[in-house]
Design a protein around this ligand. Structure first.
Ligand code: SF4
Length: 437
């Protein structure tokens, strides 16, 4: 039995993009992972399990039937060329070259191209456009940070190695004692497993993050606060935590969907950034979004280069146009505007509101996806790809916008091409069909 260990493997699951994975292969099959968390391990092991799709499929008489790659690509291209308002959605769990080809396809089709940021950290991007973003790399956090704040996020579950690899428990160049040199503050509506590890926990009433941010800013600016509590947090606790923040050597705020998707949305994030700016009167302070999918940050970087906009980009006018709330996926679906959807590297049927899904289910839907998901259940065409970071190389951007090269660990199932190759085949077929009309 041939046994091999592939080292320095990057985990293509969450925005932490841990790059110290080891994958054990026996006869070319993944049998074990080392250093990765359970979520990362599952990503590698599930590439070989029974939920894997290995053949292209087209829906006929209500059933998905296996077909050839060429026929599936042709059908996908016909659907897209015949649509007046195609929507190309997903992109968060694939590599940057696939994004590049996807933008070319969107331009060719006068389509809307949007990623999962429109339902997660889109408000963070909007806030950043308003007030900027004082940030840093995770390496700086590891080596320098002595005050770590997690606001509206639960890395113990969603980014399981974040605290041990980059922020809280790891020893850093200037933080040789690891956790003993650091203070952990958690702000959340629930007493999460991350909150249970905190030195200070601020339990906020749901929907009151903006008020608590304001209260912290008021204390830092020496302003009085009336009343006993703000947003469910005692004023004495707000003052105590503000003191810890102001006395930091290097502080960092990580924020998640608890801030971006609760009442206030981008105004919450804008206020958190302003708090960070205020704190720099006293201490070095930075802020960073806890990006979920491993390359959701990369999509906005690639679209930023190519179109000038980060997500929700509409090519209908023949040039890129961006107006979140108008050109973002759920709004387009809920206005019943889209007449065809291409989904890649995401599962909107599991995450979108029912009103979007019930409309989407009436449309022709092309899905580029390696596993059986609720979205493949409504697909008209399914094209299974090689999984980036497991079966294909590529570039992804970590949550701190550091680009990291994904490794290929094993060969994909026969006939499964990388996402970018599938998109190139569809683009080529689209151009052929358009040249005939
Ligand atoms: S923390 Fe994220 S990137 Fe790191 S191993 Fe776990 S899932 Fe993978």
């Amino acid at each position: 039995m041939a046994r091999e260990v592939v080292t320095d493997v990057v985990c293509p699951f969450c925005g932490s993009l841990c790059d110290d994975g080891e994958i054990v292969l026996e006869d070319g099959k993944i049998v074990e992972t080392r250093n990765l968390c359970t979520i990362g391990t599952t990503k590698f092991l599930s590439s070989q399990n029974g939920h894997r799709i290995t053949k292209p499929m087209i829906r006929e008489k209500g059933q998905l039937k296996e077909t050839t790659f060429d026929k599936a690509v042709k059908k996908a291209a016909e659907i897209l060329v015949n649509a007046e308002r195609p929507l190309l959605y997903g992109w968060a769990s694939t590599e940057c070259d696939a994004h590049r080809v996807g933008i070319e396809l969107a331009e060719e089709l006068n389509a809307v191209i949007d990623d999962t940021a429109s339902v997660c950290h889109g408000p963070s991007t909007i806030a950043k456009q308003e007030v900027g973003l004082p940030s840093c790399t995770l390496g700086q956090v590891k080596n320098r940070a002595d005050v770590i704040i997690y606001w509206g996020c639960n890395p113990a579950h969603a980014h399981p190695r974040h605290m041990s690899r980059y922020t809280t428990f790891i020893r850093g160049f200037f933080r040789e004692q690891g956790k003993q040199d650091r203070t952990l503050i958690v702000v959340d509506v629930r007493n999460t497993d991350t909150a249970k590890l905190a030195d200070h926990f601020l339990q906020v009433k749901p929907g009151y993050d903006y008020e608590v941010l304001n209260a912290l800013r008021a204390v830092i600016k020496g302003q009085p606060i009336r009343g006993e509590d703000v947003g469910g947090v005692p004023v004495s606790k707000i003052k105590e935590v503000a003191e810890v923040m102001m006395n930091a050597g290097f502080g960092v705020i990580f924020f998640g969907l608890g801030l971006t998707m609760s009442r206030g949305k981008h105004r919450n994030v804008e206020n958190a950034i302003k708090l960070t700016i205020d704190l720099n009167e006293y201490a070095k302070f930075v802020i960073m979004a806890m990006r979920g999918h491993y390359n959701v940050a990369g999509f906005s970087i690639v679209t930023g280069w190519q179109t000038g906009y980060p997500f929700g980009i509409d090519f209908q006018r023949g040039f890129p146009y961006y107006n979140p709330g108008e050109t973002t996926s759920n709004e387009i679906l809920q206005r019943e505007e889209a007449d065809a959807v291409l989904v890649i590297a995401s599962d909107p049927v599991s995450h979108f509101p029912a009103s979007s899904i019930s409309y989407m289910a009436k449309l022709p839907v092309i899905v580029i996806e390696p596993h059986v998901t609720p979205t493949t259940e409504i697909a008209t065409v399914v094209l299974p790809p090689a999984i980036a970071g497991v079966e294909e190389e590529g570039t992804a951007y970590r949550m701190d916008h550091v680009p990291i090269r994904l490794r290929k660990v094993v060969d994909p199932p026969e006939g499964c091409l990388p996402d970018r190759k599938i998109l190139e085949a569809i683009l080529s077929e689209v151009r052929k069909l358009k040249s005939k009309t």
